[in-house]
Design a protein around this ligand. Structure first.
Ligand SMILES: Cc1ncc(COP(=O)(O)O)c(C=O)c1O
Length: 442
């Protein structure tokens, strides 16, 4: 293993070129994105990002859990370049590359999910899942979870259980019934995992009893809450939720937009649980930055849609399709899910050590390479520390590590590097995190 340092931040942040670009940017594009360090990216390769001032960083964002195969993987770049030169878009007519992409995607899914449809964004995919649940059952109510995030378009935001995407955007779509998701670090009940699962299942039953008009179509849930702070349910919760859906005769949809493509240490997060969703939404890692998303479902479910009922202007275009096939090949060849599993254990072990040393790191949780670091003002009161989280993001960048935040309270650091990360990169980035976090308490 080389001891050569990868990161090199030689200017204040932003550097002079970055500052000028940020200035120009804010004059012409609305400043609506979340908080981030003042870094203007120029290029990236694998886990390493270079900004416009030549500063070099390690990346724990994957551009919001997207570039799972590493930034600009040469095989993906070559596939996309070849596709672009041949045919960029043709709307609904099939191409050989679209057929191959669909075959490859279906071949990589659990066998009961035997049909898919390509789109462009995760929100589009979760909206489509919702439509399919309603269309298939002829009913109109859907159940979703507090803290859930399914996208920013209207019905996706309506299903979400976070305020950000909905503020001032009401009334939201009728027919959504919300219920609590198990958040072990902030559990409202005793009894450990079993007590928390019981509470959430009781609330599910109770919320439906109190709010349903008797027209339940289905339920949508993330394998772990992503935007709410990488909150993993206790093992067995999702299986109980699925069983509950089966007992009620409603459809069960898993939103795998961010949890799939090896992120949790398996290709699909559902593989960790004993569950067989009727539909899944897929996004982010499916295109590793090339805008692509998909719905995958049991054929008898998705086939409820007739001709002309679902399409997407650039969904399944030849460039995206080439990316879909290339990415699945890379995932297989480089065993990236296995690497996420292996590296995730190394990262988790060191973060637990850092937690011992830090006054503010209240919880570290996750699986594979999706780990949340929840920052609190005081470990006893667990009062969220969003200001400190923002300071840490900037401090990390100054020291050479790019991180972002999520969380119901905006106090969770995302540990989500590209799945290609190796031990040297992991340890250097962990050193930076440790130094940055501990420097905040002095
Ligand atoms: C679980 C989940 N569903 C849906 C979406 C929406 O995806 P997009 O931003 O591509 O519309 C996201 C995005 O973060 C997500 O994490």
């Amino acid at each position: 293993m080389s001891n050569k340092k990868i990161t090199n931040v030689k200017t204040a942040l932003p550097g002079p070129k970055g500052a000028a670009l940020l200035d120009r940017w804010h004059k012409v594009e609305a400043d609506t994105t979340g908080f981030q360090a003042p870094v203007v990216w120029d290029s990236a390769k694998g886990v390493v990002v270079t900004d416009v001032d030549g500063n070099v960083f390690l990346d724990w964002t994957s551009g919001v859990l997207v570039t799972n195969t590493g930034h600009c993987h040469p095989k993906l770049v070559a596939a996309v370049q070849a596709a672009v030169a041949k045919l960029i878009n043709n709307y609904e007519c099939p191409t050989e590359s679209r057929v191959k992409a669909a075959e490859s995607l279906v071949a990589h899914l659990p066998s009961h999910l035997n049909k898919c449809f390509f789109m462009t964004t995760g929100s589009e995919a979760t909206e489509a899942c919702q439509r399919i649940m309603k269309r298939k059952t002829g009913k109109f109510e859907v159940i979703s979870f507090h803290g859930g995030f399914h996208g920013r378009t209207y019905s996706a935001a309506s299903m979400g259980g976070l305020t950000g995407p909905k503020r001032g955007y009401g009334p939201t779509m009728p027919g959504v019934i919300k219920t609590p998701f198990p958040y072990a670090y902030r559990s409202p009940v005793g009894g450990g995992d079993a007590g928390l699962i019981d509470y959430c299942m009781t609330m599910l039953e109770e919320n439906v009893r109190a709010n349903s008009t008797g027209s339940l179509a289905g339920l949508m849930v993330e394998p772990y809450l992503g935007a709410a702070g990488f909150i993993f349910p206790p093992q067995g919760f999702l299986a109980q939720v699925e069983k509950w859906c089966r007992d009620k005769g409603i459809l069960f949809t898993l939103d795998e937009v961010q949890s799939s493509y090896g992120r949790t240490g398996k290709l699909w997060a559902m593989e960790w649980e004993n569950i067989t969703p009727d539909l899944i939404s897929i996004g982010k890692g499916i295109g590793c930055g090339v805008p692509t998303a998909a719905v995958a479902a049991r054929a008898d479910v998705i086939d409820c849609l007739g001709k002309g009922e679902l399409s997407s202007t650039v969904g399944g275009n030849p460039v995206s399709s080439a990316a879909v096939s290339a990415i699945l090949e890379i995932m297989d060849e480089e065993k990236l899910a296995d690497n996420a599993n292996k590296m995730g254990k190394i990262v988790m072990a060191r973060l637990k050590e850092i937690q011992e040393k830090s006054r503010f790191l209240g919880d570290v949780r996750g699986r594979g390479l999706v780990i949340g670091m929840e920052l609190v003002k005081d470990k006893k009161t667990k009062e969220p520390a969003p200001d400190l989280t923002r300071q840490l993001i900037v401090r990390c960048a100054e020291n050479g590590l790019l991180v972002g935040s999520v969380g119901i309270f905006g106090n969770v650091i995302r540990v989500a590097p590209p799945l290609t990360i190796n031990e040297a990169e992991a340890h250097e980035s962990l050193d930076i995190m440790e130094k940055s976090l501990l420097s905040l308490q002095s």
